[in-house]
Design a protein around this ligand. Structure first.
Ligand code: LCS
Length: 394
């Protein structure tokens, strides 16, 4: 019996797959099939009745996707994982599974724009209400929990303001009220932060980002208890149907193998850039959880391995000057998404978070001057020089 490694770097490569089960194929085969044949009509009946385990139809399960799910469950320290066709499919499946009409959710004051859109839709269609909470202390959280509250949902670090929420603090309050805590862990990847180890109940990823790492897949993941994931698999995943395609699962498996080394490089580059950018006169503020001057630095140190590969900054300038700066970049690409090899820059107020009404957006700290940079894997000096030459244009 092979000894199971406890090292993250080894697990992302070996866990959940044994080439002996796949004709010796080193790389996980892509089971590019919509359906699976049964030996007999009786076997088909047993599969559907759950009396015998086997693949039925790729919306209900696919062997390539299973390898990915097992690997992610293992590296997030969870019991089970489900893969989805996008981060939003994962978020909607989890939130719709944890709520019913007239329920209430407490949400971090700062979330991805489409998550905001989803919460608005849930409110309009099913009267599932939400309150935003800064989650800076227990008191703020307790004040917003109602009898109808069924879960606490948060991002940390928050997209794009880079505020950090103390997960242990949230868990301690949630436990008093017996509420599940759902964490969008996209900005960290499981390499930098493991919310389940800190007592949270569900972790969500837009796997489109660091887990893929190469900008060629849109995908989502949810990790949690066997019981909850089985319930989601049979309801909001199976029947709403936002599943992951086998080829996309394969691309994620390939990306995962290099997640630790990519993350180390993203983090190193980011720290160097942040240190440099803080000294530039046109920059009003730089927000990076790994910066010792960041107000949440102590929480970062407690729950994250490094500060991550993203930061945001405010430029002293008009909207036109900000656009001139972005247009002047020669190597850094103007694009949403994050976590890719290429450095990507975007303006949250007019791009990722533009669906959020202005007053709510400003209350989240997303000003018109805020710019977000997803630091790529290029030489950090080249990223710095590109920013420098473009700042000179304004
Ligand atoms: N959660 C977070 C924190 C995200 O940043 C995103 C996408 C999602 C969930 C949704 O994932 P998707 O469905 O796109 O896989 N964030 C984007 C962003 O900041 N720029 O472009 C997409």
């Amino acid at each position: 019996m092979e000894k199971k490694s406890t090292h993250f770097e080894t697990k992302v490569i070996h866990t959940g797959y044994d080439s002996k089960d796949h004709l010796g194929s080193l790389s996980t085969p892509i089971y590019q099939t919509s359906t699976f044949t049964f030996d007999t009509a009786e076997q088909g009946e047993r599969f559907f009745a759950g009396e015998e385990k086997g693949y039925i139809y790729s919306r209900l399960g696919n062997p390539t996707v299973t390898v990915l799910q097992e690997k992610i469950a293992e590296i997030e320290e969870g019991e089970a994982c489900l893969a989805f066709g996008s981060g939003m499919a994962a978020i909607s499946a989890v939130l719709l599974s944890l709520t019913k009409a007239n329920d209430h959710v407490v949400v971090s004051q700062g979330i991805y724009g489409c998550t905001y859109g989803l919460l608005t839709l849930m409110e309009e269609k099913y009267n599932i209400n939400h309150d935003f909470c800064l989650m800076e202390n227990e008191q703020q959280l307790r004040e917003l929990i109602k009898p109808e509250t069924t879960c606490i949902y948060l991002e940390t670090p928050i997209n794009p303001t880079m505020k950090v929420i103390d997960l242990e603090m949230v868990v301690s309050v949630a436990k008093e009220y017996n509420l599940p805590v759902v964490v969008d862990n996209t900005f960290c990847s499981p390499y930098l932060q493991k919310p389940l180890e800190l007592g949270c109940d569900v972790v969500i990823h837009s796997a489109t980002k660091y887990i893929c790492g190469h900008g060629d897949v849109v995908a989502g993941l949810a990790v949690g208890s066997q019981e909850l994931m089985a319930k989601i698999a049979m309801t909001t995943q199976k029947d709403i149907g936002g599943i992951l395609a086998p080829f996309d699962a394969w691309l994620l498996l390939r990306g995962l193998k290099t997640l630790p080394i990519r993350m180390d490089r993203h983090c190193e580059n980011t720290l160097k850039l942040v240190e440099w950018l803080k000294t530039e006169p046109l920059i009003k503020a730089v927000y990076y959880p790994g910066d010792p001057n960041h107000p949440d630095y102590e929480i970062t140190k407690k729950q994250m391995k490094h500060g991550g590969g993203l930061f945001s900054f405010e430029l002293n300038g008009t909207k036109q000057q900000i656009q001139t700066f972005m247009n002047g970049l020669k190597m850094i690409k103007i694009a949403v998404s994050l976590g890719d090899a290429e450095s990507l820059i975007q303006h949250p107020a007019t791009m990722t978070h533009s669906v959020i009404p202005e007053d709510v957006r400003l209350s989240m700290g997303i000003t018109d001057q805020l710019i977000r940079l997803s630091v790529g894997l290029e030489a950090w000096e080249d990223i710095r020089d590109d920013i420098k030459q473009s700042l000179e244009l304004i």
